[in-house]
Write a protein of this length. Structure first.
Length: 38
């Protein structure tokens, strides 16, 4: 069931605006980078 969900997410990322997905990933990486690594 989780597999189907992941496939849908991947499909959505491919079909939708890839730019938004990339921007989201970059912002998430910046957010993680700001936090101190444990």
């Amino acid at each position: 069931m989780l597999r189907m969900y992941l496939l849908q997410v991947m499909f959505a990322l491919k079909t939708r605006e890839l730019k938004d997905a990339i921007l989201y990933c970059h912002s998430w990486q910046r957010f993680c980078a700001r936090r101190p690594h444990v």
